[in-house]
Design a protein. Structure first.
Lengths: 707, 537
């Protein structure tokens, strides 16, 4: 890298498209490009796109100082499609079936056909060794090493590509797992070994086991995938290191990602939430709902105090994508999003009861909505939006795709309107209202679960379809302010460039809060910190920038779930009391009240270490606008929800609008990859970052549309 | 608003909104409840009912034992406290097992919603309390009075003010009054959330009452169920199953009569009630009789009265499924969980392709109690275990899964941290799933050693140790369960036993029944079973 290397480059490998973003730190210019994803040769579209982007700027690969990869669906798809490595599992004798027995619940109470995904390791590849730890890490039964050798021999006879090891209570004492690893490395040097005490050293055997098995299953593939990608990028002269987005909202280098690849699970949507949080902080809206609606799904994430909410439990590779708990659980810190089966491609249909349903089935990118003229024969949300005038048939994806309004009308007429005995407009508005209702109801529950009041939040909308629906979602949640960034359609890819290097480490320390040995806790943290800083430094971070956040999971004795409470940098005799106070405060905030006199116990210690790879001050600045005109660029007829009729409204081009511009609704504001719809009484203005801020008018906010 | 019919879009949006309202109330309840079974196992229900006491929407997450109970509870409450005696701010409460869900720990609160001085709806919440006084949870109480405090239908709030008399009685009679009173208030908060959101919705939608909307929702749901019932050939179908019972087995006999679009389930011929805590009340019987129908015919239609209007459930008074006071009912689920199997078995004669074989039910619970004064964390530990589910015409049954209820188990590592117990193994039982064209789900073997320094008293709430989950259409039964102490069979598997230090309790959970002729099982499936060790040969 040279003094002239001032470009940051990110790419997001999606199922259909690979989105690429090139950001010029000096000018603040942001260039965006979409290439078709090539599953067999994923590097090809990236290199093609990067070359094109650099060419436009007259730059070369050596001018790039940072590369960030968002591998949205890579790891998840590997698991869903069962294309990972054949994996063997070693457990404590008597417990290999926990992988299959799970927690013994069902994720759907009524649907008897609801099945969990089959375990990634079949029973015949689950081997047992004699050993036992106590819950405090005391050895109850020493490891019978000869059995490990026998297991190694058995594995050699099976067609195995990776090994997972998960022993009971290994979070408390990892010596048996380490010993097994040593024996296996010697006996089977070519097979990668994933230890539960390294992947997810937390109490709860099934969740730790599930995390470890997932890790082992994807490890061989992910490692070679990123090594090959990095090589390809270096071959064209790129000298920057490759960093990869993780599900916790931070980035890491390829080596570390290869060690614990499940950190990439569900990392895709995290970038959008990170970007929304960052923008929210810059525009003084630290409490918001990030709302990202694309072609297949909508994701919402609660951002509080400038940080996306984090969960320590999620599940991946779900049998039913929108049903929590129908996949494999993973114990890793993850940006806490809900995903709703609502996108531009969501299909509208009449159900068995004669009611209009929209989603979660999607026409996806192929064949796509009927108006794409690519063979789609089902009416979708995008078709409805086109009929309602929200989309410009001649300016979809900045004119790169022509939409056929006649086809949209026809399919809505045939499939919906004629069957319900209503006009095409009414049917289209019905599709629009039902999908909005679905998203708003899901968001309401999500916000309620966090103990927050949506009326105090801002809705930050992006994704191709987000800005079209944002205002209607806001109305249903009682939110009065909506913000849409300038490049809403590729906002997630921008988020990749805003993420810090970060790593989360944890260990279980199960003890009553009153009995906690804080010097010992301090020593535990010291070991986590040393490990974290090694990881970050080798990933390219500077030790001087290291930010550490220590926290502890605590709960009332007898309850099943814990809350994560922040710890200060120093420990003293008051630490326990402060933890208790903070726990009581967050408990009261979340659950409405707290319990007096119930003892508190601690479970896990958590460390988040992060460091920035450079500030990103100029995110608002973009290509300099040529015209400074607030007059509309045109007008068209759109359906106005409140008036329940079509009306001629002015159309503006977001890119032509300057900071400070004010527009009165109803209006449509177009972007390259998205469209913003504002209603009567709304006031739109551009803030200093040229985000469009919509202040919703009208007294009736909540439920306004149901009349 | 003129009573014009709602169109397909309005109906969809309004209905979804009502479900969203009850789900938001459920979130409020889960957030504010002290009861771990409410939080972890969703042992609760939030229900919105119309002015006549018919349910419109029920929270999405609630267990089957609560289906259809609430409207009956509310209507009984209104017989005792007539609606003209209700004022805004009043809240009725009861834990009467015969009016409610069938045992004392479940409290039901009901709140009238007024609009222009008319009652237009009721919001009701049932939830399991963390304690209700009485003896340690077990199956061997002789009568309900041993099982705890019994509160008839009373006003807990009068015009928003707490009824101090009732409050005092509850506070005095439970072990952890702070939590129990807190839980009752959590229920009231949830009922208030529902009422408030309902009023907002009605104002915005311009609705003066819920009559037309209730009618629309009920008709749409009824349409689905009516069509489903039409798909069952008319006739009378008898199903029988047998549980361990106590001294005598419990015989369940159900005659399901499908006629003129209605379904009548008659339990005449079922064993009489006994002087132990496994008796069920009719509401509980109703819930576990309609649950199997919902699983077959309308798994994805939100619960409401429209789905249930075609069902009549009868059990003669004094039967173990319609026990009369003062029958003990604390472990009613040991009997109630047998019912879906009997219903499926009856229906198998009419619609064999659509029903599963019997499951290794019920949910087993083992309660370990350290003597008072023992310095251990968690002096009482309740562990849950599940057997295998019955196979159906398409798939093998799931191994070790909760059915018909849905209770997740506590991890071994958490249990060993909290209780003086050490698991020696927890593994699938080979050959426990009933053979068939589709195989029943496997049960499990567990061995737990007491590492306590003092003896532990242990209540066993188990079943199917003598009578297996039967197969269907030629499928073989699953393996029965067992309870052993230090290798010796415990003959009374519902009793209270003692574990001395280092004693080992071994339990085996029953497997699910098989479906179809075992000879028709595919070669691949059979080979896979053997290769993976689900079957030994």
């Amino acid at each position: 890298m040279t003094a002239t290397s001032h470009y940051r480059f990110s790419f997001d490998i999606g199922g259909t498209f690979t989105d690429l973003v090139l950001y010029d730190e000096m000018s603040g210019r942001l260039d965006v490009r979409k290439e078709l994803t090539d599953v067999a040769n994923p590097g090809d579209p990236i290199i093609r796109g990067l070359r094109a982007l650099l060419e436009e700027r007259g730059a070369t690969p050596t001018d790039v100082k940072e590369v960030v990869c968002g591998a949205t669906t890579l790891v998840t798809n590997l698991v869903i499609e069962r294309k990972g490595a054949p994996t063997a599992l070693l457990t404590t004798r008597g417990f290999r079936d926990i992988l299959e027995m799970r927690r013994e619940g069902r994720y759907d109470l009524y649907d008897l056909s609801a099945r969990y995904p089959a375990p990634l390791v079949p029973r015949s590849c689950r081997l047992e060794v004699s050993e036992r730890m106590d819950s405090d890490g005391t050895v109850v039964q020493p490891l019978t090493e000869s059995e490990v050798h026998e297991a190694a021999a058995a594995i050699r006879d099976l067609d195995i590509g990776s090994i997972a090891v998960c022993l009971l209570h290994s979070y408390a004492n990892d010596t048996h797992e380490k010993k097994i690893e040593a024996i296996l490395r010697e006996a089977l040097p070519d097979l990668p070994v994933s230890l539960s005490s390294e992947v997810a050293p937390e109490i709860r055997e099934f969740e730790r086991l599930s995390s470890t098995v997932l890790n082992a299953y994807v490890k061989p593939f992910i490692g070679s995938y990123f090594r090959a990608l990095e090589d390809e990028l270096h071959q064209i002269g790129l000298r920057a290191r490759l960093h990869i987005m993780q599900s916790n909202g931070g980035i890491l280098d390829t080596q570390e990602v290869e060690r614990v690849p499940i950190r990439l699970l569900e990392s895709g949507p995290a970038a959008g939430a990170i970007a929304a949080a960052k923008f929210g902080t810059l525009i003084d809206c630290p409490d918001l709902i990030s709302f990202d609606m694309g072609g297949t799904t909508a994701k919402t994430c609660l951002v509080h105090g400038g940080s996306p909410s984090i969960t320590y439990e999620f599940d991946t590779a779900r049998v039913d994508r929108f049903v929590k708990g129908s996949g494999f659980p993973v114990r890793l810190p993850t940006v806490d999003l809900i995903e709703i089966g609502a996108g531009g491609g969501s299909i509208a249909r009449i159900d068995a009861m004669g009611l209009l349903k929209v989603g979660p089935e999607s026409a996806s990118a192929s064949p796509g909505p009927a108006c794409y003229s690519a063979g789609g024969t089902e009416p979708t949300v995008t078709d409805a939006n086109l009929v309602l005038g929200y989309l410009n048939p001649d300016y979809f994806l900045a004119g790169r795709m022509q939409l056929d309004r006649r086809k949209a009308e026809q399919v809505i007429q045939e499939r919906i309107a004629s069957r319900l005995g209503m006009s095409v407009d009414d049917a289209a508005s019905g599709i629009f209202r039902v999908i909005n209702e679905n998203m708003a109801n899901a968001a309401k529950i999500h916000v309620a679960e966090k103990g927050k009041d949506p009326r105090k939040l801002t809705l930050f909308a992006f994704g191709g379809a987000g800005p079209v629906h944002a205002r209607e979602i806001a109305r249903r949640l009682g939110i009065s302010k909506v913000v849409v960034p300038l490049s809403a359609g590729v906002f997630s890819a921008l988020g990749l460039l805003l993420a810090p290097l970060s790593v989360d480490l944890a260990l279980t320390h199960f003890e009553m809060l009153d009995d906690m040995d804080w010097p010992e806790v301090k020593a535990h943290f010291k070991s986590l910190e040393d490990k974290a800083s090694d990881i970050l430094i080798s990933a390219g971070g500077a030790v001087s920038d290291l930010a550490l956040h220590r926290s502890i999971d605590v709960r009332f004795v007898g309850q099943g779930h814990e809350l994560n409470v922040t710890l200060e940098d120093s420990f003293d005799d008051q630490t326990g009391n402060r933890v208790r106070d903070r726990f009581n405060d967050s408990y009261a905030e979340l659950f409405g009240r707290t319990l007096a006199g119930v003892p508190i116990e601690a479970l896990n210690l958590r460390l988040k270490a992060s460091c920035s790879l450079g500030e990103f001050d100029a995110i608002g600045a973009t290509t300099s606008p040529t015209v400074t005109d607030e007059s509309p660029s045109g007008s068209r007829t759109v359906f106005v929800s409140e008036l329940n009729c079509h009306q001629e409204v002015p159309v503006y081009d977001h890119r032509q609008l300057q900071a400070g511009a004010v527009i009165a609704g109803p209006a449509v504001v177009e972007q390259r990859e998205s469209t913003i719809v504002a209603g009567p009484g709304d006031r739109l203005c551009l803030d200093e970052l040229r985000n469009l801020v919509i202040e919703l008018g009208g007294a009736k906010l909540e439920n306004a549309d149901v009349a | 608003m003129s009573p014009k019919a709602f169109d397909a879009i309005e109906t969809e949006i309004f209905w979804a909104r009502l479900v969203s309202i009850v789900d938001e109330a459920a979130v409020a309840l889960v957030r504010t409840s002290f009861s771990t079974v409410v939080r972890e196992s969703h042992d609760f229900a939030c229900v919105l009912l119309d002015a006549d006491g018919y349910s419109l929407a029920q929270s999405t997450i609630s267990i089957p034992g609560f289906i259809g109970a609430m409207p009956r509870t509310l209507r009984e409450m209104l017989k005792r406290v007539p609606r003209e005696k209700l004022e805004p701010g009043d809240v009725l409460i009861t834990n009467d097992p015969w009016l409610g869900t069938g045992h004392l720990p479940d409290f039901t609160v009901a709140m009238p919603v007024f609009r222009e001085s008319e009652i237009i709806a009721f919001t009701c919440v049932t939830a399991h309390m963390s304690d209700i006084g009485g003896r340690q949870w077990s199956a061997d109480a002789a009568e309900v009075h041993e099982e705890g405090l019994w509160i008839p239908v009373v006003k807990y709030l009068r015009r928003g003010q707490v009824n101090e008399d009732v409050h005092g009685i509850i506070e005095t009679n439970v072990r952890n009054p702070g939590q129990v009173i807190g839980d009752i208030h959590a229920q009231i908060s949830a009922a208030e959330v529902m009422a408030r959101k309902l009023e907002e919705f009605m104002t915005e939608a311009g609705l003066k009452d819920l009559k037309l909307l209730a009618h629309t929702i009920h008709e749409h749901s009824a349409g689905v169920m009516a069509e489903a019932i039409r798909s069952i050939p008319e006739g009378r179908y008898v199903g029988e199953t047998r549980g361990d019972g106590w001294d005598e087995p419990v015989n369940v006999r159900v005659a399901i009569e499908v006629r003129d679009g209605r379904v009548r389930a008659d339990y005449t011929g079922t064993s009489p009630q006994i002087s132990r805590g496994i008796n069920a009340v009719l509401n509980h019987t109703f819930a576990f009789t309609v649950y199997p129908f919902k699983t077959i015919f309308a798994p994805h239609v939100p619960n409401n009265e429209g789905l249930l209007k075609f069902f009549d459930v009868y059990a003669p008074p004094g039967c173990i499924l319609n026990a009369v006071p003062p029958a003990a009912v604390g472990a009613r689920h040991l009997t109630g969980h047998l019912l879906p199997g009997a219903v499926y078995q009856a229906l198998a004669q009419a619609i064999p392709e659509r029903v599963p074989a019997e499951s290794g039910t019920p949910l087993w619970s083992i309660v370990f109690k350290a003597p008072p004064g023992e310095k251990q964390r968690g002096s009482t530990t309740v562990l849950f275990f599940n057997g295998g589910i019955g196979a159906d015409s398409i798939e093998d049954g799931m191994s070790c899964s909760s059915f018909p209820t849905n209770i997740e188990v506590t991890p071994v590592e958490i249990t060993e941290n909290l209780a003086p117990l050490r698991f020696q193994y927890k593994r699938l039982t080979v050959n426990s799933g009933g053979r068939g064209r589709q195989r029943g789900g496997c049960g499990q073997d567990i061995a737990i050693e007491s590492v306590s320094e003092t003896p532990l008293s242990v209540s066993l709430l188990t079943d199917r140790t003598r009578y297996p989950a039967e197969g269907l259409l030629g499928g073989a039964p699953g393996l029965t369960g067992y309870v052993r102490k230090n290798g010796e069979a415990v003959t009374e598997a519902k009793s209270l036993i003692h574990l001395d230090p280092h004693d080992v309790l071994e339990i085996g959970l029953p497997g699910g029944g098989g479906y179809g002729n075992p000879a028709e099982r595919s070669k691949e499936a059979l080979e896979r079973d053997i290769a993976e060790g689900y079957v030994s040969e």
